[in-house]
Design a protein around this ligand. Structure first.
Ligand SMILES: [Fe+2]
Ligand SMILES: [Fe+2]
Length: 157
């Protein structure tokens, strides 16, 4: 017997969260590789020459780092779904990539805000059902999404 009673609706919610994590992975990885190309093409300012960096280079490294954190989120959510007896989705919510620095940040702030909003609902839902492990998992993930949000906000010009 499973310790927690869950139904299809519960798995649907958890899989929606997994869709959002997969979206973030695809989105940030794609932006990372685009930034790798853009950092070569952008004309550098004197400050960029002195520091040896331009904004695409800085953002590119961060995007790679955050994409890996999103993979960790996806994996943990998928594991939780499997433990509860569900089937983790392999589908993604539609990624919004963009063509330049400003687009990337705008789309990413939207994605992080959307995830946080949705995870607040999941936390409440999990608590109502007594699924403390899922609640705790999403609280931990939430903290990292908030960090991502503020980081993208800080990089916004
Ligand atoms: Fe995430
Ligand atoms: Fe995130």
């Amino acid at each position: 017997m499973k310790p927690i009673k869950v139904d299809d609706e519960y798995f649907e919610n958890l899989n929606n969260a997994l869709n959002m994590e997969i979206q973030a992975i695809i989105q940030y990885m794609a932006q990372h590789s685009k930034s790798e190309m853009l950092k070569m093409r952008k004309k550098a300012s004197p400050l960029q020459i002195i520091t040896g960096k331009n904004k695409y280079e800085v953002l590119s490294a961060k995007l790679k780092e955050i994409a890996i954190q999103e993979m960790d989120h996806a994996e943990k959510i998928a594991e939780r779904i499997a433990v509860l007896g569900g089937r983790p989705t392999t589908k993604s919510a539609p990624p919004k990539i963009g063509d330049n620095y400003d687009d990337f940040l705008k789309n990413n702030l939207e994605a992080e805000r959307g995830a946080m909003e949705y995870y607040r609902t999941i936390i409440k839902y999990a608590e109502k059902r007594g699924d403390i492990t899922t609640k705790k998992l999403f609280e931990d993930i939430y903290m990292e999404e908030e960090e991502h949000y503020w980081l993208f906000d800080e990089y916004t010009e």
